[in-house]
Write a protein that binds this ligand. Structure first.
Ligand SMILES: *[C@@H]1O[C@H](CO)[C@@H](O)[C@H](O)[C@H]1NC(C)=O
Ligand SMILES: *[C@@H]1O[C@H](CO)[C@@H](O)[C@H](O)[C@H]1NC(C)=O
Ligand SMILES: *[C@@H]1O[C@H](CO)[C@@H](O)[C@H](O)[C@H]1NC(C)=O
Ligand SMILES: *[C@@H]1O[C@H](CO)[C@@H](O)[C@H](O)[C@H]1NC(C)=O
Ligand SMILES: *[C@@H]1O[C@H](CO)[C@@H](O)[C@H](O)[C@H]1NC(C)=O
Ligand SMILES: *[C@@H]1O[C@H](CO)[C@@H](O)[C@H](O)[C@H]1NC(C)=O
Ligand SMILES: *[C@@H]1O[C@H](CO)[C@@H](O)[C@H](O)[C@H]1NC(C)=O
Ligand SMILES: *[C@@H]1O[C@H](CO)[C@@H](O)[C@H](O)[C@H]1NC(C)=O
Ligand SMILES: *[C@@H]1O[C@H](CO)[C@@H](O)[C@H](O)[C@H]1NC(C)=O
Ligand SMILES: *[C@@H]1O[C@H](CO)[C@@H](O)[C@H](O)[C@H]1NC(C)=O
Ligand SMILES: *[C@@H]1O[C@H](CO)[C@@H](O)[C@H](O)[C@H]1NC(C)=O
Ligand SMILES: *[C@@H]1O[C@H](CO)[C@@H](O)[C@H](O)[C@H]1NC(C)=O
Length: 805
């Protein structure tokens, strides 16, 4: 009776006020426990990090105790609109720091671009584009006087929970794919001199119960504990952090959840042990906003900066803790050194760096100095990212591309621009009209009380086209090219007649038979602060079904902030084409129109698995299913990651479940063939374990190339297009997934053109985490199998390779 149904997994935990809550008073009762790891290693590094740390040490040596404390703690600054502020030290020329959201562009200010969200970037599978997008976004953060961009990259959540409210902020559900793109995003942001903050560390796979709650009897319920075994942590959730840190990410954000029953921002094993020792992270760990729950403990466990405010635990109390001996001064010095090292690493000591917060007015509703952050060079990049984030999954009867249609009919609440997009000083989601109900649940999810009256959140944004998700990853558009506007423009040029109906949203009275096609726009909403209520919704499904019942060329476009199931209507032959459009940012409609009309060939691929039915995702959909036989989970929600690394396609492969659309799948207007797969070892006989020194990211030789594969890709169709060649590896170790992504390259080919694609696999790519040795281990003397194809289930080629002992 306590089981939460799938549909009840909202921000509002539906837990009864049990009388058994006294039974368990210690969270040491539970499975997940972390060993203590102290002290925090002092930052160190070579190369660019070494130089930055030396400068930071010289700077920090001049600081008083109070000054050192001051740069570890957020302050409010009513004259700025930054999401977080670190005060300056004017006597030494340090101007302080401005921190700002987030992953789809600078949030909540004017004169910035609204980029694609992480899920669209991930769906492009385009490495260069990911770098370019982050580089252009980084330029906007810089011009606005932002010192630390709070993403990209976002690599946690990784998508364990299909309903996760923040999955869309990340690149997708595969650790390798996320890691490669995260590394490039870090380079892009930091090449502009802005500190990239990789988040959330670690195990923040759901929004439900992410924060402390009070029940109706004021009983405190702690944040959910993600209990993750060591191998799963390394092979799945930690994996992308290796790449981000190796790329130089100078900041990492610790998360809201507990990990193994201690708060992620005071878990010494993960911060001191894994992040700062094993991964040799030289930069700073900052708390997510309000994720700090202790003063001395968080300091000793390896947290370096608190956001947004030091008032609760640090500030004067941190100074006191040093004075009374609870926190060694060396720890405080190390915090300050790590923060300043990040600042020096990216060159913010240069006089050219814009003053903190210069383009971030506290309130855009009152007159303020305008700082233009947009540059012409960004436009083609963000447009390309919008294009490549669309994934065409069905195209029958040559429905697409459209060919000079005479008449088109357009339906659905998601086709037009929201009625209002206005600056809002209190809620930084610009698209307040679009996301207002989303924002309501966001606030509800943040409340420290279980609001039993809190109704289920909305599954869709019914007020207009969805171009971003909600919460801190939301973008701030200077304009929105809505699909309907863009199609209107095209119709005007090509003498196409349009019919539309956005009023009779679920059962239009009339779908003109004469129209060449009926295009239906629906969406799937998600936001930080709550998990999604469902993976599909009856309202939108009825809309599609009703249109399809009346027109045999119905094209469906879904702006989906996460996985969206389509089986209510996908096999209806009248549904001739379907596009997962994801969250394309400001150029949504213009990009879509180029794809619909075939000016540009679709080239996105799903960065997640679309199942036929919810139950196919298995038990991983809803982690808190029980409060325990004795009510023991009540005060200490437990979330055991017992499925291990078997999330997304790894789980579907292992259980032999046929997906509707598999990870890596996406159609094109042309066809490609792959041939001539060759695999090779790079060096004669590598050692079983790495032997290199620890650099930022881990042992240096984890990045040594151990094997290569080459494959020839040919465009066998009649139009130009891009294809993503994908390499999946079978590692010959008991308990490993059947196949895991270990390479992808996107290439542009003219008709009949061929090219050779090369994949490079490093030591870590071919290793498994050896729990006993606490090292990555290669398998020597047994065959690995390399599979290459154009999705996780279309693997035309395979070859084997043995690393010699
Ligand atoms: C969490 O607990 C599991 C089970 O005891 C253990 O395997 C793992 O190493 C722990 N992780 C951390 C970060 O402490
Ligand atoms: C607050 O922001 C203003 C404007 O950027 C700046 O001049 C001032 O130094 C900041 N105050 C603190 C305490 O950081
Ligand atoms: C990378 O992208 C940029 C901007 O879109 C483009 O100018 C450049 O040619 C691309 N480079 C490669 C190697 O594709
Ligand atoms: C819970 O705390 C609130 C605020 O402190 C108080 O108003 C309320 O009466 C308390 N409820 C119970 C059941 O103790
Ligand atoms: C220390 O923390 C307590 C509790 O949050 C607070 O009341 C007090 O003002 C703090 N002291 C200093 C010196 O910051
Ligand atoms: C030192 O001061 C801190 C902050 O006020 C306090 O939390 C801690 O308990 C104190 N430690 C000792 C040993 O007094
Ligand atoms: C649509 O916008 C209006 C006005 O901002 C708002 O009251 C309403 O809740 C929104 N509806 C949805 C479903 O978001
Ligand atoms: C259709 O929409 C109307 C309101 O617009 C609603 O009352 C009705 O229940 C909907 N029907 C279906 C089948 O969703
Ligand atoms: C397909 O559309 C035609 C009208 O073109 C309609 O008669 C038929 O019932 C539709 N089929 C389905 C399965 O909706
Ligand atoms: C779709 O309907 C149109 C108009 O009724 C008809 O001409 C056409 O043959 C149908 N196409 C298919 C594939 O059934
Ligand atoms: C689809 O999933 C739902 C929710 O998990 C489940 O109740 C239902 O039985 C499943 N249907 C099928 C046909 O497997
Ligand atoms: C590898 O490819 C061969 C030849 O196409 C095929 O017969 C074989 O089944 C494939 N191996 C695996 C493990 O899929």
């Amino acid at each position: 009776m306590y089981a939460l149904s799938l549909l009840a997994a909202t921000a509002c935990l539906l837990l009864p006020a049990t009388t058994a809550q006294e039974l368990i008073t210690e969270d040491s009762y539970f499975y997940g426990q972390s060993e203590p790891v102290y002290p925090t290693p002092q930052t160190s590094g070579s190369g660019a990090w070494g130089e930055a740390i030396a400068k930071a040490q010289a700077f920090v040596a001049q600081l008083s105790l109070e000054e050192k404390t001051s740069i570890t703690g957020g302050v409010s600054n009513s004259s700025r609109g930054c999401g977080g502020n670190i005060p300056g030290i004017p006597r030494l020329g340090f101007p302080g720091l401005c921190l700002s959201d987030a992953g789809a562009g600078v949030r909540g200010t004017d004169l910035v671009n609204a980029y694609t969200s992480g899920i669209s970037d991930g769906a492009s599978w385009n490495k260069n584009l990911t770098y370019q997008r982050a580089y252009q976004m980084g330029g906007e953060f810089r011009r606005k006087g932002v010192n630390i961009a709070l993403g990209p990259p976002m690599v946690g959540p990784l998508g364990r929970i299909a309903l996760g409210g923040r999955n869309w902020e990340g690149f997708g559900n595969d650790p390798y794919h996320a890691g490669v793109l995260a590394g490039l995003a870090v380079h892009g942001i930091q090449d502009q001199g802005v500190v990239a903050c990789t988040k959330h560390f670690i195990g923040n796979e759901q929004e439900t119960a992410r924060s402390i709650l009070l029940d109706s009897n004021n009983v405190t319920i702690l944040s959910s504990s993600s209990n993750i075994d060591d191998a799963t942590l390394h092979e799945a959730y930690l994996w992308p952090f290796y790449d981000a840190i190796h790329a130089g990410s100078a900041a990492v954000m610790c998360s809201y959840n507990r990990l193994n029953n201690s708060y992620a921002c005071e878990n010494s094993k993960s911060l001191n042990g894994i992040l700062k020792t094993e991964l040799g992270f030289p930069g700073l760990v900052m708390s997510d906003w309000g994720a700090q729950h202790s003063g001395v403990a968080s300091a000793l466990s390896g947290m370096d900066m608190v956001m947004p405010s030091a008032l609760a635990f640090w500030g004067g109390n941190l100074t006191l803790s040093v004075n009374n001996g609870s926190v060694p001064e060396s720890r405080l010095t190390d915090m300050a050194t790590r923060i300043m090292a990040a600042w020096y690493l990216v060159g913010q000591d240069s006089s050219e760096y814009p003053a903190p917060g210069i383009g971030m007015p506290a309130n855009v509703l009152v007159p303020h100095t305008l700082v233009e952050a947009r540059v012409p060079e960004a436009r083609p990049v963000l447009f390309q990212s919008s294009l490549e984030g669309h994934v065409l999954v069905k195209n029958t009867n040559n429905a697409l591309p459209l060919s000079k249609p005479k008449i088109l009919s357009i339906f659905g609440y998601d086709a037009k621009a929201p009625d209002s997009i206005t600056p809002n000083p209190t809620n930084r989601d610009w698209a307040f009209g679009l996301l207002s109900s989303s924002a309501r649940y966001f606030i509800c999810g943040f409340g420290n009380r279980i609001a039993q009256t809190c109704p289920a959140p909305p599954p869709i944004a019914a007020n207009g086209t969805l171009y971003t998700g909600g919460g801190s990853g939301a973008s701030t558009p200077p304009y929105i090219s809505a699909p309907f506007n863009a199609i209107q423009e095209r119709a005007a040029k090509e003498d196409t007649a349009l019919y539309w109906d956005f009023v009779n949203i679920n059962a239009t009275a009339y779908v003109p038979t004469e129209s060449d096609a009926a295009i239906v726009f629906i969406n799937a909403l998600a936001s930080e602060g709550y998990d999604r209520p469902s993976l599909r919704d009856d309202f939108s499904d009825a809309l599609v079904t009703n249109i399809a019942a009346q027109h045999n060329n119905t094209i469906v476009v879904i702006h989906n902030a996460g996985i969206r199931l389509v089986d209510q209507w996908i096999e209806n032959p009248n549904v001739t084409a379907v596009i997962f459009a994801h969250l394309p940012g400001q150029d949504s409609g213009a990009a879509l129109t180029q794809l619909l009309y075939g000016d540009v060939n679709p080239s996105g691929k799903l960065p997640y698995t679309v199942a036929k039915n919810e139950s196919d995702y298995g038990r991983i959909l809803n982690p808190i299913t029980d409060i325990g036989a004795n009510g023991e989970f009540y005060r200490f929600p437990q979330d055991d990651f017992t499925e291990g690394v078997y999330i997304d396609y790894r789980a579907f492969d292992a259980s032999n479940i046929e997906p509707r659309y598999e990870f890596g799948f996406g159609l094109s207007y042309t066809t490609f063939s792959l041939s001539n797969l060759k695999v090779a070892c790079v060096s004669g006989s590598p050692s079983e374990y790495p032997t290199g020194q620890v650099v930022a990211g881990g042992q240096a030789d984890l990045w040594d190339i151990v094997a290569t594969a080459t494959v020839s890709v040919t465009n066998t169709g009649s139009v130009a297009g891009q294809e993503v060649a994908q390499l999946y590896l079978s590692i010959p170790v008991e308990g490993q997934p059947i196949r895991q992504l270990r390479g992808f390259e996107k290439v542009m080919l003219q008709p009949n053109e061929s090219t050779t694609v090369e994949f490079e696999l490093n030591r870590k790519d071919m290793s498994v985490w050896d729990v006993a040795a606490q090292k990555w281990k290669l398998t020597l003397g047994t065959e690995y199998t390399f599979f290459v194809g154009n999705s996780s289930r279309a693997l035309a080629l395979n070859e084997t390779l043995t690393l010699l002992k």
